[in-house]
Design a protein around this ligand. Structure first.
Ligand code: GLN
Length: 203
């Protein structure tokens, strides 16, 4: 099978580390700066950063509709931290531009300002080697306050969902690109390959 291309939205935030991880797991990673580049990829990562800034830039560059259309057509998307916030349908507080695609309610900066960043071990469901704990790096992270019936929670911290999936959408509240453990990126790559083979069969 041809190497799939995974785009990483490169407007702001931790996109370089995602690109490195994508290359490491054997896919091709490209930074996406303009909506016209979206059609080059079979999957898209929306990285961590500052969701209000990413939202503003998405509007400025005209990304909102293009991403919404592709995800609704089935293109897999992976949102980490601020990317998770961008994919949510609802925030528990405040108003800011969102893609509004995944049936979750999100609380931003949920762990408070004091515990701004930390590392912890999580047990993930449905991901390779589920018995091995996953070391997750949280940076001013959100958590998922509430999930709709289509959403499958893959891991929790202190009872709150911090990684979840709905159809072709995968989100996590932490930064999987900042650790050596590539299981979550490989899981996303599997989603991309599966979707790609379905599209190829149809076409
Ligand atoms: N606190 C940021 C926000 O609300 C997210 C932080 C991150 O992506 N590491 O957008």
């Amino acid at each position: 099978m041809k190497k799939p291309t995974i785009g990483v939205l490169a407007l702001q935030g931790a996109f370089r580390e995602h690109l490195q991880m994508i290359e490491r797991i054997g896919a091709r990673g490209i930074g996406i700066k303009y909506p016209a580049e979206l059609h080059l990829c079979q999957g898209l990562v929306i990285p961590g950063g500052e969701s209000t800034t990413i939202g503003k830039l998405m509007i400025e560059y005209g990304f909102l509709e293009g991403i919404r259309d592709l995800v609704r057509e089935g293109m897999p998307v992976f949102g980490t931290c601020a990317g998770l916030i961008m994919l949510a349908k609802r925030l528990d507080e405040g108003d800011q531009p969102l893609l509004g695609l995944m049936d979750i309610t999100v609380r931003r900066n949920a762990f408070g300002r004091q515990v701004d960043s930390f590392e912890t071990e999580l047990y993930l469901e449905g991901i390779e080697e589920a018995d091995n704990p996953y070391k997750a790096v949280f940076i001013r992270a959100p958590w998922i306050e509430d999930t709709g019936p289509e959403v499958k929670v893959l891991g929790r911290f202190e009872g709150k969902p911090v990684i979840a999936r709905q159809d072709g959408m995968l989100v996590c509240a932490f930064h999987p690109e900042l650790t050596k453990d590539s299981r979550i990126h490989r899981h996303f790559l599997k989603m991309v390959n599966e979707n790609h083979s379905v599209t190829a069969e149809k076409g």
